[in-house]
Design a protein around this ligand. Structure first.
Ligand SMILES: Nc1ncnc2c1ncn2[C@@H]1O[C@H](COP(=O)(O)OP(=O)(O)OP(=O)(O)O)[C@@H](O)[C@H]1O
Ligand SMILES: [Mg+2]
Length: 1012
């Protein structure tokens, strides 16, 4: 619980603990600290460790520095109000709160200045950061202090998250000062300087030309200001109900479940920055309530998209906030959510908010707690976040700008205009940007079969069955078919064939789609269907649509006209009530609407059979669901086929549509495509993306099929990945380069995020063990799962969800990740630090448990320890695995093991390792590699000046040269080897002599023969 306090600014924490509030107007000193050197540090870490691990290390550094700085802030009774990337804004209050005992001893200006100076001192330890493999990077900080009045706002919907913010001119001066501060500076504004007067010496004044504000550079305080930390706060000073509102709900849940170390993750996310102005924070007495109303309205819009505001920044020239889609909760359609939300936020009507600019971008980000032990926040860090901020700054007023990734992911849903490439800070090349033109209405008055680029593969049995049902329907026996399968298995693809089939028989169709974020939008899926049914085009004006509706309805039956206003609900039209409908209560409205629609269907289908398609019914909203049920029941004697598609309900915790209970319902489950159809699909897809019929390497097909496990969407995405990265599928290396596409990552992550915290953690730990994991190991390595019964229950639940089906029962109880990609995603999200720890624990567990048969586990141990930070074990087992492989004549494996272990060995052992590797190369006839490795051994032996090593390297080279028939060179090495060994008793001098004799005798002989 105590660690949760860190999510609340310190002064606010004390006020809460004493049942008090902070005044919204106050005076004091503001301190802004901005760390510089992060770009070179990022570059160095990426160079040394690669992009992902580099990003993680960077977060580690950031937190280490923040921790040191937060300690200083707290030492002088300051409070960190907010973090933004690599900067933080803090407040030192002037007013003494009676509940804080003892009171601070000195003024806020003095404390803030003393703190600023000690921050500079603290930073000295980071002046020379040595990044092995990338050199020295220098980190520094600039600090600005301003004093005066400020406003302290408390905002936000407590059921979502409370937001604390500082505003007002003292804060704006802070931002101005930042522009004039350099690395290592402490800058004070005039009011701070005048309140300190004789206590400081100003080294230099700097003036801001625009505002004429002056800032003093200082490096010393005359009186020594003792640290004056906050008094202790009891560990249980704040109850859960007080702390909970300060954390995002999913973050709170994770921390409460004790799984905090899994908060740090790598995830694909969508970042949205929105800039706005319109509130005068100094002079408007209603500033707080206005901003609060806006923040809450925004939070509520975002809640519908299951996304959160992460950071709010208030400035005089404009304020902004940052929203993350995908962290802490992922959705397969985060990009679409991001843009749909952007449109809503852009159009949000609040008369005091103006000058809205929005930037959205997508990419991999590192998520987790950011800050120090005593004060932190949940944040996401990555290129996409910076890019979204830049796009916002460049967006024309009232516009949404996005990057290429977003446009690509939302092309089917929104219309974009490409703008001239934009040069943005931090990028060497101009970036391609797009402007949002409009959301695409999903109309099309009648249903058209969607165009798929690839021909249909397989599913003949299913189609034949649907055809039978269509026949029955056409004979007046209405039918419902439910196509069901996991995401990407081809439900929509099959639906396209159903539409084609219906059109072939002149059956008219109407269709609609549910939306993942539309489960509370009433009648969403039906809107398109009824628009089609009544021939309405949503592009027409409201009046034109209502007029046309009237005509259509009277054509169907004039007696229905009095109930027309009810149709507004299913058409998303505002139609004023008439006398009749105005008198209906809610229940009656709903029932009469349902019966009106059934009347319409009944009358229309006297002459015209119909096909109704409802896509993605796992996201049905409740009213649509009711309507589906009543219509489903009503069609038994009508020529109507209803086809619905839905994912199996288990994992997403949805319900199976209730129509599945009806006797004229047929469920059509889609199973994995068989191997030959997968192959066909791969070849169609390759033909499509590479534009030619290329010969497929069998290994590639196998690898793709194996990873895709019969799922067509996975196949397409894996091949798109190859193509997007310009990988030639005909090259054998292509296999190694197929990584995890973002689309798959998000899809799978979105399902994992539905699980309980415990189940999620189980999956993560299991993913480190392997695709098949024994419960004993799971248990042995991670003891924070709690009660054994609960773990077994969770495993059973995951098995029932078919995520990790049971593989073998007790006593060897084991489960298996059904899809490799699920294991990969679970593994990928875990931070490198935690992964390394888990691998180490797994290795040690195996070592302890199988002491008597360790030889059988050498490879497994090498695998786990190699990925751990346990250097000793890593060396030990990689070397053992290399030697074992060499012994078993598994030469390829031996070569990679040696290559992986060599750089870990101390130099004398490395010579031996190199020589062994040389032997394996020799054995497989790779002479050049063998020679190169032996020469490297020779160089190293010389370098360390070790006679033994030197002799062995010489001998190995001599031996190798001898085998290649290069006798005189061989002789030279062997003579040298022998010379080295004179006096070295334990050395196999005699072997060298034998070699030498061999060379001298047979070499001469061979040379003679060569000469003849
Ligand atoms: N039988 C098939 N023949 C050819 N292509 C297919 C087949 N099945 C699926 N595909 C392709 O695989 C991709 C995913 O299929 P589809 O969109 O139909 O999945 P879905 O089951 O509707 O998934 P979701 O639950 O996400 O809606 C599509 O691009 C589709 O063209
Ligand atoms: Mg679909």
């Amino acid at each position: 619980m105590e660690s949760l306090y860190a999510y609340i600014p310190t002064d606010r924490r004390y006020a809460l603990a004493h049942g008090s509030t902070l005044p919204d107007r106050t005076t004091g000193a503001a301190l802004f600290a901005d760390i510089s050197g992060f770009t070179p540090l990022t570059e160095a870490l990426v160079l040394a460790l690669g992009p992902q691990r580099g990003a993680e290390e960077l977060t580690g550094w950031l937190n280490k520095i923040y921790d040191a700085l937060v300690t200083q802030i707290e030492n002088y009774r300051g409070s960190v109000i907010s973090f933004s990337g690599d900067a933080m804004t803090c407040w030192f209050d002037d007013q003494t709160q009676e509940y804080i005992n003892p009171h601070p001893r000195t003024s806020s200006a003095l404390r803030a200045t003393a703190c600023a100076l000690s921050i500079q001192q603290t930073m000295q330890q980071f002046e020379q950061v040595d990044i092995p493999g990338a050199g020295i990077v220098s980190l520094a900080i600039k600090v600005v202090v301003t004093s005066g009045p400020a406003r302290r706002f408390l905002m936000g919907d407590p059921t979502i998250q409370l937001v604390d913010a500082l505003a007002g001119e003292t804060l704006y001066r802070l931002a101005t000062g930042e522009h004039h501060a350099h690395r290592g500076d402490v800058l004070l504004d005039r009011s701070t300087v005048s309140s300190l007067e004789k206590e400081i010496e100003v080294l230099e004044w700097r003036e801001d030309p625009e505002s004429s504000e002056r800032f003093a550079v200082v490096n010393n305080l005359k009186p020594r200001v003792e640290t004056d930390p906050w008094p202790e706060l009891e560990a249980d000073a704040l109850g859960h109900d007080l702390v909970r509102p300060w954390l995002l709900p999913p973050v709170y849940d994770r921390l409460m479940s004790g799984m905090g170390e899994f908060l740090t993750e790598l995830r694909p996310t969508v970042a949205l920055f929105l800039g706005f102005s319109g509130i005068n924070y100094d002079s408007d007495p209603e500033a707080e309530s206005k901003l609060n109303a806006y923040v809450q309205a925004v939070q509520r819009i975002l809640a519908r998209y299951d996304s959160y505001m992460i950071q709010l920044t208030i400035g005089d020239k404009g304020s902004n906030f940052y929203v993350s889609f995908g962290a802490p909760l992922a959705h397969e359609d985060d990009a679409i959510r991001g843009i749909a939300a952007a449109m809503e936020l852009r159009d949000l009507q609040m008369d005091f908010i103006s000058e809205i600019q929005i930037g959205v971008s997508q990419g991999l980000t590192r998520t987790g707690a950011c800050g120090g032990i005593h004060r932190r926040t949940y944040s996401t860090i990555g290129d996409a976040v910076n890019m979204a901020a830049r796009l916002m700054q460049n967006a024309p007023l009232g516009q949404v700008l996005v990057n290429q990734n977003i446009r690509k992911a939302t092309m089917d849903n929104f219309t974009w205009e490409e703008l001239p490439p934009l040069l943005v800070k931090g990028k060497s090349q101009p970036v391609t940007v797009f402007r949002l033109i409009a959301g695409q209405e999903r109309h099309g008055i009648h249903l058209h079969e969607p165009k798929y680029a690839l021909p249909m593969v397989g599913r003949a049995v299913e189609l034949a069955l649907i055809e039978q049902k269509l026949d029955l329907a056409l004979h007046g026996h209405g039918q419902i078919v439910g196509i069901t399968a996991e995401a990407g298995m081809g439900k929509s693809r099959l639906m396209a064939e159903v539409i084609r089939m219906a059109r072939g028989r002149n059956v008219l169709g109407h269709g609609g789609e549910c939306q993942s974020f539309g489960t509370s939008t009433s009648y969403l899926v039906w809107q398109n269907i009824w628009r089609g049914f009544f021939d309405l085009d949503p592009a027409w004006s409201m009046a034109a649509q209502v007029e046309s509706l009237e005509r259509q309805l009277s054509k169907i039956a004039p007696s229905l006209l009095p109930r027309l206003p009810l149709l507004g609900a299913v058409l998303n039209l505002q139609i004023p009530d008439n006398e009749l409908t105005g008198s209906f209560d809610a229940k009656l409205r709903k029932e009469s609407l349902e019966s009106l629609l059934i009347d319409c269907l009944r009358k229309r289908t006297r002459t015209l059979p119909l096909l109704l398609i409802l896509e993605d019914c796992h996201w049905l909203d409740p009213l649509s669901h009711d309507l589906l049920e009543v219509i489903g029941r009503a069609i038994v004697d009508l020529p109507i086929l209803i086809a619905i598609a839905y994912r199996p309900p288990q994992l997403d915790r949805h319900l199976t549509p209730r129509v599945a209970q009806l006797y004229h319902f047929t469920e059509i489950p889609l199973t994995d495509l068989p191997a030959e159809e997968i192959e066909q699909l791969v070849s169609f897809k390759l033909g499509q993306i590479y534009g030619e019929q290329i010969k497929l390497p069998q290994a590639l097909i196998e690898k793709i099929s194996k990873r895709a496990e019969g799922n067509p969407f996975y196949i397409e995405e894996l091949l798109n990945y190859l193509h997007d990265r310009d990988i030639d599928p005909a090259q054998p290396e292509a296999l190694e380069q197929i990584d995890l596409p973002d689309s798959l990552y998000s899809l799978i992550l979105s399902r994992m995020d539905q699980l309980t915290e415990n189940q999620k953690t189980l999956l993560k730990v299991a993913s480190v063990i392997g695709r098949l994991f024994r419960v004993a190991i799971l248990w042995g390595v991670y003891n924070q799962f709690g009660d054994r019964e609960r773990v077994l229950d969770d495993l059973e639940a995951l098995s029932a969800l078919d995520v990790t089906p049971k593989d073998s029962p007790e006593p060897e109880l084991a489960y298996l990740f059904k899809h490799i990609v699920t294991q990969e995603v679970a593994y990928e999200t875990i931070s490198f630090a935690t992964r390394a720890k888990l691998h180490d624990q797994i290795g040690k567990f195996i070592e302890n448990t199988y002491q008597d048969a360790l030889n059988q586990y050498t490879d497994l141990l090498a695998h786990h320890f190699e990925l751990s930070d346990n250097q000793t074990k890593k060396r030990e087992y990689l070397l053992k695995a290399a030697e074992a492989a060499q012994k078993d004549y598994a030469n390829a494996a031996a070569i990679t093991y040696y290559q992986r272990v060599l750089h870990l060995l101390p130099e004398d052992q490395r010579v031996i390792g190199l020589l062994k590797l040389g032997q394996v190369f020799e054995l497989v006839g790779e002479w050049e590699n063998a020679e190169e490795i032996n020469r490297e051994a020779e160089r190293l032996a010389n370098l360390i000046n070790d006679v033994q090593s030197h002799a062995q390297a010489q001998r190995a080279l001599g031996w190798l040269l001898r085998k290649q028939g290069k006798y005189s060179a061989a002789e030279e090495r062997l003579v040298r080897a022998r010379a080295c060994l004179i006096g070295e008793l334990e050395c196999p001098r005699s072997t060298v002599s034998e070699d030498l004799t061999w060379v001298l005798v047979y070499g001469d002989d061979a040379q003679r023969r060569g000469a003849q």
